[in-house]
Design a binder for this molecule. Structure first.
Ligand SMILES: Cc1ncc(COP(=O)(O)O)c(C=O)c1O
Length: 355
């Protein structure tokens, strides 16, 4: 019998979430972020499922766009990092990709723009306060002038703190954005999932949700409760034992039994992407019961205190995160965010896509 650990990707939930994003986006066009292997959910199956529901896809780098085109996906694709070199420019031209430009060096790679070389759309990134990438607001008119000949120029920015609706940083970013004096709608894009869910999206042509499509935004807000988790990471109990009071469990003896305890061992570990930083007490769903992690996460196994779980035996189903146990609850206990857990699952775990 194979190891019972696997990931199920619920494509119906993905499509449902795209519908929720579409309703929040209202008249704005929907660009689905599918970078990083669709946040660990599978670039091609997810993009194919999203194809009829969104206006375009966003990837980080040209290599991801190549995979999409090779799979026959015809939707417009935006490369969020923009070109790194001339090879990327050739790919952008050949595959008719939309490209971000965030610096004069990138702009120089694109120039001179001719009828043959003009990308269908160039997205100019403006730094409104994230201070990671982008042109200074004062330089925008000059950048747009240099893009003369590009059929479609979009001005974009990115929220640094959209998860917090009262954020001073968000207020500053929106203030700088508004002072750009851009058209209300055409050729503009700001909001990610947090911007949409928290209702921060200024009037724009495009919205660019990612994490909400996968059902794991880490804030509450409009539409949040309607989203369905797309990835379920499941396994089954491989062993159960009793340990005496005062005995310890796992590497370093971090967890010590406060009473005679039953310990279940599950065949998933950091070699699969379960976070080693998960603390004792991190919830694990054993059968129908949430039980606390007990002891350090090993490469191939975790141990869970099932003393209070009355339906636990070898073979009992386990959910590490998914439909019942939100990935963000696990992430909190591991001092990280759901994004990281979803995107760093390793290839050892089989993935199954449910239509
Ligand atoms: C430029 C840009 N737009 C949109 C997104 C999607 O963000 P989220 O997954 O938070 O919705 C990202 C993700 O990091 C991004 O970098």
């Amino acid at each position: 019998m194979p190891r019972p650990s696997a990931i199920t990707i619920d494509l119906d939930a993905l499509k449902h979430n795209a519908g929720v994003a579409g309703r929040l986006a209202d008249s704005k066009k929907l660009m689905a972020a599918v970078k990083a292997d669709a946040y660990g959910h599978g670039l091609i199956p997810c993009s194919k499922a999203l194809e009829p529901l969104v206006h375009s896809l966003a990837v980080a780098v040209c290599e991801e766009a190549v995979l999409l085109r090779e799979a026959g996906i015809q939707l417009p694709i935006l490369v969020l990092d923009g070109p790194f070199d001339r090879v990327d420019i050739e790919v952008i031209n050949e595959l008719k990709l939309m490209s971000v430009v965030h610096s004069q060096q990138q702009l120089d790679l694109l120039l001179p723009i001719t009828d043959k070389t003009a990308p269908p759309s160039v997205w100019v990134k403006v730094d409104t306060g994230m201070h990671r990438l982008g042109f200074q607001p004062k330089d925008l008119p000059d950048v747009i002038a240099q893009l003369n000949g590009v059929p479609d120029v979009v001005v974009m920015s990115h929220f640094a703190d959209g998860e917090d609706p009262g954020s001073e940083l968000t207020r500053r970013q929106l203030d700088r954005w508004n002072r750009l004096g851009l058209p209300i709608q055409d050729g503009t894009s700001f909001a990610n999932s947090a911007g949409l869910i928290n209702g921060l999206a200024p009037a724009c042509e495009w919205v660019r949700p990612g994490i909400m499509l996968y059902g794991a935004p880490h804030q509450n807000g409009q539409g949040h409760e309607l989203l369905r988790p797309v990835m379920s990471f499941r396994s089954a109990v491989m062993a159960v034992r009793t340990v005496e009071t005062g005995e310890t469990v796992g590497y370093g003896g971090r967890w010590q039994a406060p009473r005679v305890s039953r310990i279940a061992t599950i065949p998933v570990g950091y070699g699969d992407g379960y976070p080693r930083s998960a603390k004792d007490g991190t919830p694990v769903l054993i059968g129908q019961t949430l039980c606390p992690l007990a002891g350090r996460v090993s490469m191939d196994m975790i141990t869970v205190d099932v003393t209070d779980c009355h339906d636990c035996e070898v073979g009992t189903p386990v959910e590490l995160w998914g439909q019942t146990l939100p990935v963000n609850r696990v992430a909190e206990q591991a001092d990280t965010i759901g994004y990281e857990l979803l995107t760093r699952m390793t290839s050892r775990v089989p993935r199954h896509w449910r239509p």
